[in-house]
Design a protein around this ligand. Structure first.
Ligand SMILES: Nc1nc2c(ncn2[C@@H]2O[C@H](COP(=O)(O)OP(=O)(O)OP(=O)(O)O)[C@@H](O)[C@H]2O)c(=O)[nH]1
Ligand SMILES: [Mg+2]
Length: 331
């Protein structure tokens, strides 16, 4: 989607009476700003902001800016309000989808099978990055022959891109006190896991859904493996092993002097990234772990964390896969 392109506007709730309805606005950040400002008669909410707004004379409701490029507009549910807002959206230059959700199972007014599958995937895709790519698929499959969509078997690229719809599982392993929980909290921007300098602090497998700069993943914190674990810690290690068994990517994290302690049990196909944490410490540059690490980060100061986020994201959903102009067998 180029910078000048108008935003897309579509509904993910049925066109029926209901407490609220949910419409989506998606496009270049400036276009989403312009659209929301015109629709509501005041400045658009910023990323992460949820605000009460009047939608002109039509209705009032909530606008949630989930991303620079994406917002949810939630008026009261009902066909009349919806028709008026559709008309207003069209007036404001949005590209409106002509499709309605009548039931959970069908998109009866979709133009073809690919469009139907695309709208259904859009409704539950986890990653903001999925939206433009999904929106491009009906045209790509029309060019390739829509019949091919049903016949094609997904290849590796198709499967990697599916991580934009169903979040990949990232599991962090490493010795006690490496800073695994501190890293999760830094990424989540809130205290999801307890961090403490007492080894064995994490006794359960803690997970959070995190947006890694456009790609949403389920991020699992695990308890650090160490000698002399008690029964509870061993039980926690078993839970960690279960998360590991379905990992798409394992982040092996350590800190100066702690060595690499990898839990067994990740699938052979799982990607791996080794990172040295606590790079803010004076002994970090000269420690033996430093030469084996692909990345040096500090969960405490934030140094290198953006690089780790990009490395994990690009390993799971390679930029080359996103640029590839071939149609995507996403269903
Ligand atoms: N200097 C420094 N200290 C850190 C950093 N990250 C974590 N720590 C400290 O290291 C200690 C252990 O951090 P945790 O996040 O609890 O470590 P963990 O890997 O989750 O440990 P377990 O749950 O015991 O396996 C805490 O005191 C943290 O404050 C860092 O980047 N730099
Ligand atoms: Mg921990």
């Amino acid at each position: 989607m180029s910078e000048a392109e108008p935003p897309l506007w579509w509904w993910s709730t049925a066109n029926a009476p209901g407490a609220i309805a949910v419409a989506h606005v998606h496009g270049p950040a400036r276009e989403v700003d312009r659209f929301l400002a015109a629709l509501c008669g005041r400045a658009a909410p910023r990323r992460g902001e949820v605000a009460w707004r009047r939608f002109g004379t039509v209705d009032d409701g909530v606008v949630a800016r989930t991303d620079e490029r994406h917002a949810l507009v939630m008026p009261h549910g009902g066909p009349r309000i919806r028709a008026l807002l559709d008309a207003r959206a069209a007036e404001l230059g949005a590209r409106t989808a002509t499709v309605e959700v009548r039931s959970l199972h069908g998109w009866p007014e979709a133009a073809d099978e690919v469009e139907r599958a695309m709208l259904s995937a859009l409704a539950h895709a986890a990653s903001p990055m999925a939206i433009d790519l999904l929106a491009a698929q009906p045209a790509r499959w029309r060019a390739a022959g829509v019949d091919a969509f049903a016949r094609a078997t997904p290849d590796d690229r198709d499967r990697r891109l599916r991580r934009l719809i169903d979040p990949a599982r990232v599991v962090v392993t490493g010795p006690a006190n490496a800073g695994k929980s501190t890293l999760l909290n830094a990424l989540a921007g809130r205290e999801v896991a307890i961090e403490h300098d007492m080894p064995g602090t994490t006794r359960d497998s803690v997970a959070a859904r995190i947006d890694l700069a456009g790609v949403v993943v389920d991020w699992f914190d695990t308890p650090g493996a160490r000698d002399g674990m008690d029964d509870i810690e061993r039980a926690a290690a078993l839970l960690a092993a279960r998360a590991l068994a379905s990992a798409d990517l394992v982040v092996e994290l350590t800190a100066p002097g702690l060595g690499w302690r990898t839990l067994d049990g990740a699938p052979a196909s799982a990607l791996r990234i080794r990172a040295l944490n606590q790079a803010d410490r004076p002994d970090a540059a000269s420690c033996p772990e430093s030469s084996d690490a692909a990345l040096r980060i500090s969960a405490r100061t934030g140094e290198g964390v953006t690089d780790l986020v990009a490395a994990v994201r690009d390993a799971l959903v390679p930029p080359a896969d996103l640029r590839d102009p071939r149609p995507w067998r996403f269903a």
